[in-house]
Structure formats: C-alpha cells, structure tokens
Design a protein. Structure first.
Length: 369
C-alpha cells in the first residue's frame, strides 16, 4: 500500500508542483486547503493577480489542480484559529515589537492543527510547498536549507516540533523556482505562471497599521519621536507604524538621516538615532525550539540569522535554561529587532531558533534573561 500524504495546498505553483511530484513518486496524496476568512469569488489565477494566499480565489485554484492530478481535496475552516494569528500580530506591534506571522502560522496551523487533521486521516506524512529539505541521517532526520538560496524558507520553519521531522516532506526543496514553474507547465497546471504572494495574506493592501487600528478601535498610540537623550524631535500618530531599523516613512524632517533605534510602548516614544547606533554585539532570545540535541549550558559556534533576508552571521550561542539563549556575533549586526526570529544554522542544517527579546549592547553582562 502506498504511503499516505496530506499536502497543504495554497493554490500557488509551489504546493501544486509538490502535489504533482508526490503523485509521480507513488504517494497517496490528499490535498488540504486552509480557509482563513479572506473570502472572494472563485476565479482562476491570472498572471496579473498579486495578493496573499488562502483566499477563496486560491481555494478555486487549488481545487482545479487537485482535479487535474486526480487527488482528493478538502477545504478546512481555520478562520477562528487564524484570528489568533491576527491578534498576535496586533499585540506584538502594540508592544513595540515586530511580529513574524508566517513563522507563527507554520507552528500553530500548518504543522500544528493541519497535521492533526492528517493524523485523523491516518496519514504517514505531511507535505508543503516550502523551499526547504529534510535530510535523513543515521542519527535521525534534519531540517536543511533549500538548494536554491534565493528561495530558501528554512528560516520560517524553525519552530516546528522536533518530533514531527520524520513525518515531513518538502518535495520542491531541491529545485529552483524556474524549475518548479517548468514542472508546472509540463504537468499542464493552470497555476504555472501565477505570481508569488508577496504580502502578508491578511494585509493585502500592505497597510498593517490600518489593520491594527481597526482591530483596536479607540486605542491611541500616538506620541513623540525622541533622540537617545529623550529630547523631543516631533510627533507621530502611532507606534504600530514603526519597526527597529526603519528610516523611510517616519514623517519627520530632521536634516540628517535618522533610524528607529527603539520603540517604547509605555510612553509611546519612538527613539531615533544614527545608523551606527543600530549595531549590536548580540541578542537575547526566548522560547528557543531546538531541532538538534542541545542541552542547557552548551556553547555553540554556528551561524545566526536575525531576519528572513539577513545573511546569517558567525556567532556563539550560549544555551540557557528555560528555552532561552544568549547570542554573541563575531561581527556586530544591524537592526536586531525584538519580535523577530533568530535561527541557528550549522552549514545548511537548521539547529533551532527562537524569538528575539532584545539586542545586547557592547557592554552587556552575561546575566540570563
């Protein structure tokens, strides 16, 4: 009997080609689509359409691909669960942090609740269209970067449970995007030229501050821009508009370039300063999820990636109790942003990752968080 795989189908070319490849490899594939509440008319994808994922439009595309490949397809209602992610998103910005909803969606939904549906269907594996790889070794399966560094998505997968690694399949992790699109054309899939989703799926217009204000009507976070000494530099209309490292869109003219250094929610102050003051010697991380066997007290020499598009930096990681870690960079890094993820690599292997609590100035001590 063929192994059964539940595949998260988003209606995009990546998960569609994943379905095609799994079928070619002899798996019994069941397509699952997450309805999140972003509804619209179910029309076929066109190259001009630019949006997020998981809308009713995408459900239509996913269903047509499933029909084309002759695999069962189910659309699941995740609207209430997805609302938790939007609440997390708003709460983080209002706490002066910059959230990463894609990581949370993977942890909570795709490899959390979606896999629970797979278990109910007696599935052997769960698969997605992520650009990442599972490398199976004598010591057990490992999460690795995709072969195409331009598309690698291992950063947003660091939070998956170690126990689920043996059940994961990433069929397109060994292909480039161009190769994936060519495979879609060979399979006569209508989504072959469908554009990638480029924005947060629940913020299709890109205005996250507007979304937060609608979610929190009556809450005002307007305040002052200040310099590092606390001197007022101007007014802003809400801390949710800013993130550490931001320069553009500040709405205040100061005669020289200033960057957001810190956001202080208690006073609604946004601290501005020169670019060089964004440099940090390291960071403190919490809620670290280890995919490798790492014990508290361990000191790791590895690469640390502090943003999705960040080039991982040589670092030393001090593994602390209670899922905390203290990270020191070999070379200071810019714009270490609370709320973002830090992910640890040994070459191409993902060792684990956690959430940035704060940057470490050069004179920081070794106290645990």
């Amino acid at each position: 009997m063929s192994a059964r795989v539940v595949l998260a189908m988003s209606g995009g070319v990546d998960s569609s080609v994943a379905a095609y490849l799994l079928r070619k490899q002899g798996y019994e594939v069941i397509g699952l689509f997450m309805r999140t509440g972003a509804h619209g008319t179910e029309e076929s994808a066109t190259p001009s359409r630019k949006k997020g994922c998981c809308s009713a439009l995408d459900a239509g595309d996913a269903r047509r691909v499933a029909d084309r490949l002759d695999i069962p397809f189910y659309a699941l209602d995740f609207e209430k669960d997805f609302d938790r992610i939007i609440e997390y998103f708003a709460d983080e910005y209002l706490a002066g942090r910059t959230p990463n909803p894609c990581v949370v969606c993977n942890d909570w939904l795709k490899f959390g609740k979606l896999w629970s549906y797979g278990e109910q269907l007696d599935a052997d594996f769960i698969a997605t269209g992520h650009y990442a790889r599972i490398v199976r070794t004598e010591a057990g399966p490992e999460l690795h970067r995709a072969l195409d560094p331009a598309k690698d998505q291992s950063y947003v997968l660091h939070g998956i449970r170690k126990s689920i690694l043996p059940r994961l399949l990433f069929p397109i992790g060994g292909f480039t995007k161009a190769e994936v699109r060519e495979l879609a054309r060979q399979a006569d899939l209508a989504v072959a030229d469908k554009p990638d989703s480029v924005e947060i799926c629940f913020v299709p217009n890109g205005d996250h501050a507007d979304l937060i204000r609608k979610r929190r009507p009556g809450l005002s976070t307007a305040g002052q821009f200040v310099d590092q000494g606390g001197r007022p530099l101007g007014e802003h209309d809400g801390i949710e508009r800013f993130t550490v490292g931001q320069r553009k869109g500040l709405g205040v003219a100061l005669g020289d370039r200033r960057y957001v250094l810190e956001i202080i929610p208690a006073s609604n102050e946004v601290v501005l300063g020169p670019r060089e003051d964004l440099l940090a010697e390291g960071l403190v991380a919490s809620r670290v999820n280890w995919l490798a066997d790492v014990a508290p007290g361990t000191e790791l020499t590895c690469l640390a990636k502090i943003r999705y598009r960040h080039e991982a930096a040589a670092s030393t990681v001090h593994v602390l109790p209670d899922s905390n870690a203290r990270v020191y960079f070999e070379v200071p890094q810019s714009a270490v942003t609370p709320g973002q993820a830090v992910v640890f690599y040994d070459g191409n292997r993902v060792l684990g990752g956690g959430w940035i609590e704060n940057a470490l100035p050069a004179d920081d001590s070794d106290e645990a968080p």
